[in-house]
Ligand binder design. Structure first.
Ligand code: 4NP
Length: 157
């Protein structure tokens, strides 16, 4: 990846529902807008390492035209804090977990996905133990977050 390419890591707990959905949404929105970004996702926990995104996330995402092809769960590693320009968590627990491991010099990179102004909510709630409606709601929030974050990137370009 070119040294000047902006890179973004989306983070949730399991890296099977919210953050891979954010990765899929962002990849499509960035491609549609001709933005070249490096986009990845990871989890603060490693329960599902190597596993594809949750079938329910994939189903609701694919209905909206997002691709989950090739995505596999991984845990956040300490090198991520240096490598990525933005590290965007889904909820406050994710942020707390990230900041525990993040070296001081990179802590400014860590923020909530929904902190960029396009949503009334601040957190994307964990849908894992709920029904389909929760997965739809997660995607609604991620789409708002993506729009807000892309506006932020354009304003700082
Ligand atoms: P995610 O959802 O953090 O959005 O990927 C979860 C996935 C799995 C678990 C919790 C949350 N789990 O406990 O296995």
């Amino acid at each position: 990846m070119a040294a000047n390419t902006t890179s973004v890591l989306f983070v949730c707990l399991g890296n099977i529902c919210r953050s891979p959905s954010a990765e899929a949404v962002f990849k499509k929105k960035a491609a549609d807008m001709g933005l070249i970004l490096e986009i990845d996702s990871a989890g603060t926990a490693g329960y599902h390492k190597g596993v594809a995104p949750d079938k329910r996330s994939q189903a609701v995402g694919m209905e909206r035209g997002y691709s989950f092809k090739g995505l596999k769960c991984r845990k956040v590693v300490v090198q991520d804090f240096e490598k990525f320009d933005y590290i965007l968590g889904m909820d406050n627990q994710n942020i707390e977990n990230l900041l525990k491991d993040c070296p001081e010099e990179f802590q400014h990179k860590v923020s909530l996905l929904l902190s960029f102004g396009a949503s009334e909510e601040q957190e994307v709630p964990d849908p894992y133990y709920g029904g389909k409606g929760g997965f739809e709601y997660v995607l609604d929030l991620i789409e708002q977050g993506a729009d807000g974050f892309i506006e932020h990137l354009k304003s700082t370009a």
